[in-house]
Design a protein around this ligand. Structure first.
Ligand code: HPA
Ligand code: ZN
Length: 322
């Protein structure tokens, strides 16, 4: 149909994609074989069958298990190259890719293996791609500080830091010192907040961590004053529709609040989060919301425009897309 054509044709930026979440079951099995890693699932089909989540944690358990097949620089390269190919096919012109080094360094994989594999694939792609290092919030701030130290030799290979993993019980304040340090280093700052956690986490991500964008943030509408402030300040939300329904943040796409977020004047964007686990890449996310919500062509253009407005790109480069 017409909307599919329009969505496909629009240049887009993707601002919320965990590279480990782009690992397709087929590649998980191929890498397990290549590296002699034993998987607890007998087949690709059995693994895919296990992708029935009830909340964020039930997803994270299987997502970390999938990432255990990544050992060598080539593995990180192959995973990233596969994602960038999908992004290019969806007419994603720029992407800011999250990676979770602690998921790998905790297994004895060196930081340089992780960063170099992902970074080289970005350099070899026609898609503009930058990296955002995410700290795992279920681990301690000391662990995050240690991870930052390990990453500093590669400071030129990532543009910012983020905060992901289990949200409830791990408020942004827990990472105040490491984010202050990253701010001093001139890194861009983002954090997941208001996915499963309360609007108070969005507020402390802004006021304590001083983040420039909120990842997810869909629970913001529960706090009217905060909504008005975030709209006024033009702080973007990187919304992930298929993720939100698969993790039961919303029971079904018809219940998603994307329209209300846009109507509130918020700079909302559409993104895939963990496309291999949630059933689709960038355009699949766009088409899913347009199938279920009262959105039209002008909204599609607004969302695509927002993705570049919210991107961490130099003004001239941004302007070229707008
Ligand atoms: N939320 C928190 N942590 C994550 C996510 C998410 O949606 N995806 C990968 N790690
Ligand atoms: Zn995410």
């Amino acid at each position: 149909n017409q909307l599919r054509t329009v969505v496909q044709a629009m240049p887009k930026a993707e601002l919320h994609i965990h590279i480990e979440g782009s690992l397709e079951p087929e590649l998980i099995f191929a890498l397990a074989e290549r590296n002699g890693v034993q998987l607890t699932y007998p087949s690709v089909e059995a693994l895919r069958q296990a992708y029935a989540f009830k909340d964020l944690q039930s997803f994270l358990d299987i997502y970390y298990a999938g990432a255990s097949v990544l050992l060598k620089e080539q593995d990180f390269y192959d995973m990233t190259a596969a994602y960038l190919k999908k992004a290019a096919a969806d007419n994603v012109r720029h992407t800011e890719i999250f990676f979770d080094p602690q998921t790998h360094t905790a297994r004895g994989v060196p930081m340089e293996t992780v960063v170099n594999g992902i970074y080289k694939a970005c350099q070899d792609s026609p898609v503009s791609a930058t990296l955002i290092l995410c700290f795992l919030r279920h681990l301690s701030e000391e662990d995050a500080l240690e991870t930052l130290e390990q990453a500093l030799p590669f400071r030129d290979k990532f543009i910012g830091v983020g905060l992901d993993s289990s949200e409830v019980g791990h408020p942004p304040e827990k990472f105040a010192r490491v984010f202050a340090r990253c701010r001093d280093l001139g890194l861009h700052l983002v954090a997941h907040a208001g996915e499963e956690g309360p609007p108070a986490y969005i507020q402390s991500a802004l006021d304590v961590l001083k983040v420039e964008r909120i990842d997810h943030g869909v629970r913001i509408l529960e706090d009217r004053a905060l909504t008005e402030r975030v709209a006024r300040e033009g702080i973007a939300l990187t919304v992930c529709p298929l993720s939100n329904t698969k993790l039961r943040v919303f029971d079904q796409m018809q219940d998603h609040n994307l329209v209300q977020l846009l109507d509130a004047g918020l700079v909302a964007t559409v993104n895939s989060d963990d496309p291999a686990y949630f059933g689709g890449y960038m355009n699949d996310n766009f088409l899913a919301v347009f199938d279920s919500l009262p959105l039209g062509l002008s909204h599609a253009q607004r969302l695509a425009r927002n993705s570049f407005v919210a991107a961490f790109l130099p003004a001239e480069q941004k302007q070229a897309f707008l």
